[in-house]
Design a protein around this ligand. Structure first.
Ligand code: AMP
Length: 436
C-alpha cells in the first residue's frame, strides 16, 4: 500500500529545504535586530479561542480543522498564531512581569481548510510579530519596516506596501451603521456569505470575492468618511513615520483584511510580480486594540503581522532570486575497503569535533566512484584510506581546489586540514562577509 500526502500539503527537502532554512534564519535575525524574542505556542488550542461569537471571517467560520478529542473537548488546529500568543500573554500574565511593550516573533504552521491552489495550502507556515501593550504609530511603522526590510534584504524588488485605517472602536461602530443602512436595499442580491456577513460584520462584504464587481460593493461608502478625528490623526502620524523611514506606500481605502479583530492601521505587502496571480499578499497585519480584552485580558493595545513563508518562497522564485545556501563539505573520507571504514569514521569524528562538515563512503567503492561523490558534494578536501595508509597509520589528504596532496600521520590530520581551510576561508572572506 502506498500512501500519498493530503491534498494542499507539501514536503520540503533538498534545495527547497535549504532555501527555507535560509529564509527562516534571515527572518529570525531581522526580528532580533528589532529586539523581538521568539514565542512558541501549541499547534492546537481550545476551539473557543478562535471561534469568538462575533467573528464573521471565513477563516473562523468555514476553514477551521476542528475535532473532538478523547475527553470530549472541542479542539482546533490553529488557523493563525496571534490568538495563541495573546492567550499565552493573558494566561501567564506576561504583561505584569515583562517590560512593555511585549515583543514576540513566531515561526510555525497553520491549518486552514481552504481550496488548495498555487500559493494557498491547507498547512502553511507563517513568520510574524506581536507587539503587545502600547499604542503608538511609531511602533506600527517600525513593525511595517521590519517586514519591508526582510523582503528587501532577501532581494525582492517587485512588491508594494498598501495601507489603510479601519478606525477605532467608535469609527468602526459608525461605519458598521453606515454600511448596514447602505446595503439594506440590495442585500438580497448578494451571495449567501454576504448575507451572513451583513448581520455579523458588514465590513466583510467589501472583501467578498464573489460580489466584488457588484455595483453596490464597488460604490459602497469608504471607511475614511467616518474616521474619528483621533483615528485620522493616528493614521496621519503613522504615514509620517513611514515617510521618515523612507518606506514607500499607497493608501487603499478598500483594504479590510481577512480577520475581524483589526482596528486602526492595517497593511499588506503585496508582490507585484505577474506570476504571483491572485495569491500575491505576502504579509498582512495591523493593529488590534480590542482582542486582548475580548479574550479576557486587560486593556492592552497591540500590533502585529504575519508573513506567509510559502508565498515568500514563490515570490523569490518568481523573481529568480538565488539564495546563498551553498554548504559545501569540508572533508570527504574515502576508505577503499570495508575494513577501513572504522578508521574513517574515527577520523571523521575528530574532524567534526574541530567544527568541520564531514562525510564518508559507506560502500567501499572504487577510488574513482568515491572521487565522483566527493565532487558532487563539493568537498574541499578528500582523505584517502588505502592499504598503504592504514599499514603506516597515515592518511592521504588532497586539497581539491589546488590539487595539492600530502600523506600525513593520522594524528596530524587536524593540523593539515586547518591550514588548508583557513587559507580557503581567508580567500573568500570578502565575498561571504554578509553571511556572518
Ligand atoms: P492572514 O493570516 O490570513 O492575514 O494571512 C497572512 C499571510 O499568510 C498572507 O499574506 C499569506 O502570505 C499567508 N497565508 C494565508 N493563508 C494562506 C494559505 N492558505 N496558504 C499559504 N499562505 C497563506
Amino acid at each position: 500500500m502506498q500512501v500519498q500526502k493530503v491534498k494542499g500539503t507539501k514536503d520540503l527537502y533538498g534545495q527547497e529545504m535549504l532555501d527555507w532554512q535560509y529564509v527562516e534564519e534571515l527572518l529570525r535575525s531581522v526580528a532580533e535586530l528589532y529586539n523581538y524574542t521568539e514565542m512558541r505556542t501549541p499547534i492546537f488550542e481550545k476551539t473557543e479561542l478562535f471561534k469568538r461569537e462575533q467573528d464573521s471571517s471565513d477563516v473562523v467560520n468555514k476553514e477551521m480543522y476542528t475535532f473532538t478529542d478523547q475527553g470530549g473537548r472541542s479542539l482546533t488546529l490553529r488557523p493563525e498564531i496571534t490568538a495563541g500568543i495573546v492567550r499565552s500573554v493573558i494566561e501567564n500574565k506576561l504583561y505584569a512581569s515583562e517590560e512593555l511593550p511585549l515583543k514576540y516573533y513566531y515561526l510555525g504552521s497553520n491549518f486552514r481548510s481552504e481550496r488548495p491552489q498555487k500559493g494557498r495550502y491547507r498547512i502553511f507556515n507563517q513568520f510574524g510579530i506581536e507587539t503587545i501593550g502600547s499604542k503608538n504609530p511609531i511602533l506600527d511603522a517600525e513593525g511595517v519596516a521590519l517586514a519591508y526590510t526582510a523582503l528587501a534584504v532577501l532581494g525582492l524588488k517587485h512588491f508594494k506596501l498598501v495601507i489603510n485605517s479601519l478606525g477605532d472602536k467608535k469609527s468602526r461602530q459608525l461605519y458598521r451603521e453606515k454600511l448596514t443602512e447602505y446595503f439594506k436595499p440590495v442585500i438580497s442580491e448578494l451571495c449567501p456569505d454576504c448575507q451572513r456577513r451583513y448581520t455579523q460584520n458588514p465590513l466583510r462584504i467589501l472583501d467578498c470575492k464573489v460580489d466584488q464587481h457588484h455595483p453596490a460593493v464597488i460604490n459602497a461608502p469608504m471607511v475614511s468618511t467616518v474616521l474619528t478625528a483621533e483615528s485620522q490623526a493616528y493614521f496621519t502620524e503613522f504615514q509620517a513615520v513611514l515617510k521618515l523611514l523612507g518606506i514607500p506606500y499607497t493608501v487603499d481605502d478598500r483594504l479590510v483584511r481577512g480577520l475581524d479583530y483589526y482596528t486602526e492601521v492595517v497593511f499588506e505587502l503585496i508582490s507585484t510580480h505577474p506570476e504571483m496571480g491572485a495569491q500575491a499578499a505576502l504579509v498582512g497585519g495591523g493593529r488590534y486594540d480590542q482582542l486582548i480584552a475580548d479574550l479576557g485580558g486587560p486593556d492592552l493595545e497591540s500590533f502585529g503581522f504575519a508573513l506567509g513563508l510559502e508565498r515568500l518562497l514563490l515570490a523569490l522564485n518568481a523573481e529568480e532570486i538565488v539564495l546563498e545556501t551553498n554548504e559545501p563539505l569540508d572533508v570527504y573520507f574515502m576508505p577503499l575497503a570495508a575494513e577501513y571504514q572504522k578508521q574513517a569514521v574515527a577520523l571523521a569524528t575528530i574532524c567534526r569535533a574541530a567544527g568541520w562538515r564531514c562525510d564518508l563512503d559507506y560502500f567501499a567503492r572504487s577510488l574513482k566512484a568515491q572521487f565522483k561523490s566527493a565532487s558532487r558534494m563539493q568537498a574541499s578536501i578528500v582523505a584517502i584510506l588505502g592499504e598503504d595508509e592504514i599499514q603506516a597509520s597515515q592518511v592521504t589528504l588532497k586539497h581539491l581546489a589546488s590539487g595539492e596532496q600530502v600523506t600525513v600521520a593520522m594524528n596530524e590530520i587536524v593540523d593539515q586540514i586547518e591550514d588548508w581551510l583557513a587559507h580557503d576561508h581567508a580567500g573568500c572572506a570578502v565575498d561571504h562577509q554578509h553571511e556572518h
